[in-house]
Design a protein around this ligand. Structure first.
Ligand code: ATP
Ligand code: MG
Length: 420
């Protein structure tokens, strides 16, 4: 028990953590290109925040939250997603009084009590962005462009961007009426969850994975065909901006997103894996959320979140390798006590000069030191013994080409700098 991580969690060991660093750095870099700055919020929040922010009718709130009462009798939940916390922080820290839009990004662990399987864990990680304070479709287009550029830069070329509009309270009310009338006629074939959804949040019926529901709802009316003028205009402008940036997209009427607060734009990025299709990123506009969480009425938002575990799986399935550049520049092999002592100053000056190096710490034989150096994948090795110290010359060996160079020990740093 003590030696096993809880079900649905995973360790990220050095065999993998370099990949995490790579995608995180890339994400930070792309966010910065677009003027987005990092926000870090607590791993736990008041449960009420997610009930309101994510929505009472969602799977997350109904089934998946890690909630508990703390020692002070507070209802606490480990964050199941990043938006609610970011928006809470935006309101609490009055970021809305700064120039708008507020462009934020986050990198965070998330917690959902789900049945673990490939790409589905109980602790997983998300990258996300939120742009708060602009109503215009131009910011929707920017957020989509940012995500597309991120995926392209890390090597995912076969991407497809699907967009949709889920309307606004005004047109959705009309649409929901129409949808309920349609669903009333189908009540015999709907699954229990959908019967429940029909009253609470009928659009989510479209999201049902149940086969019988899917087969019987083929002629279901879609929101996108029932938009009000304002929503239609917003969607048309978004398409125009994406066209202008030459970002390919398809309109997918079935994207509804699970979260209650989405309005107007909803989008997904799908990567065509070898074999399967997988959604690597989902996002959209959430115009009512800031107000719902106690902020000013007029502030709207748009953002996306992507699952890092699934992103890494997608890279793997597409045979996209991430280079591990943690390997050493040089390993210092020593012969004898005197050389071992001397190696401390050598290694120190190499490290002072940002040359990645290492030495033995287990009193290994020379042969074993070479073997160890090989295991560490070091680019160069140098051997230091009594003679080398006396003559101030060493032999530098390039481990890839097996070339050797005799150089003066005092020039080691400069030589390496010119060769790495
Ligand atoms: P799914 O339909 O797969 O459950 P979702 O609609 O619940 O996804 P979102 O709430 O939109 O997902 O979260 C955004 C992203 O987070 C997903 O696209 C996915 O990559 C990732 N994600 C969601 N749940 C998990 C999980 N349990 N484990 C790993 N990644 C997850
Ligand atoms: Mg889910």
């Amino acid at each position: 028990m003590l030696t096993k991580a809880p079900r649905g969690t995973k360790d990220i060991t050095p065999k993998e953590s370099y990949k995490w660093n790579y995608v995180e750095n890339k994400f930070r870099e792309i966010c910065s290109l677009y003027g987005y700055e990092e926000i870090r919020t607590p791993v736990f929040e008041h449960t009420e925040l997610f009930k309101r922010g994510v929505g009472d009718t969602t799977d997350i709130v109904q089934k998946e939250m890690y909630s508990f009462t703390d020692k002070g009798d507070r209802e606490i939940t480990l964050k199941p997603e990043g938006t609610a916390g970011a928006v809470r922080a935006f309101i609490e820290n009055k970021l809305y009084s700064e120039p708008r839009p507020s462009k934020l990004f986050y990198i965070t662990p998330c917690f959902r009590y789900e049945r673990p399987q490939a790409g589905r864990q109980r602790q997983f990680h998300q990258f996300g962005v939120e742009a708060l304070g602009s109503d215009l479709p131009s910011i929707d287009a920017e957020v989509i462009a940012l995500s597309v550029q991120f995926f392209k830069e890390i090597g995912l070329k076969d991407l497809s961007v699907s967009i949709n509009s889920v309307g606004c309270p005004k047109c959705r009310e009309e649409y929901n009426k129409k949808l309920r009338e349609y669903l009333d006629k189908k009540s015999e074939v709907l699954c229990e969850t959908c019967i429940d959804r029909k009253d609470k949040n009928p659009m989510r019926v479209i999201d049902c994975k149940n086969k019988t529901c899917q087969e019987n709802l083929k002629d279901i009316p879609f929101m996108i065909d029932n938009l009000c003028d304002d929503c239609k205009n917003h969607f048309d402008m978004l398409k125009e901006y994406l066209n202008e940036m030459r970002i390919n997209y398809v309109v997918d009427k079935t994207i509804v997103r699970g979260l209650d607060y989405y309005k107007k734009t909803a989008f997904e990025i799908i990567s065509s894996d070898i074999g399967a299709q997988s959604t690597v990123c989902g996002g959209g506009r959430y115009d009512g959320l800031v107000y719902e969480l106690g902020g000013p009425k007029d502030i709207t938002g748009v953002g996306f979140a992507l699952g890092v575990e699934r992103l890494l799986l997608t890279l793997e399935n597409n045979n996209i390798e991430i280079e591990n550049n943690n390997s050493l520049d040089i390993f210092v092999v020593t012969i004898g006590e005197k050389a071992n002592l001397k190696s401390f100053s050598i290694v120190k000056s190499l490290r002072d000069n940002y040359i990645k190096c290492d030495k033995d710490h287990l009193n290994r034989s020379v042969k074993a030191q070479f073997k160890y150096s090989d295991k560490l994948n070091s680019k160069f090795t140098v051997v230091i013994g009594d003679d080398e110290i006396e003559n101030n010359t060493v032999v530098l060996k390039n481990m890839n080409t097996s070339e050797q160079f005799t150089i003066s020990l005092s020039n080691l740093v400069d030589e390496l700098k010119s060769r790495i």
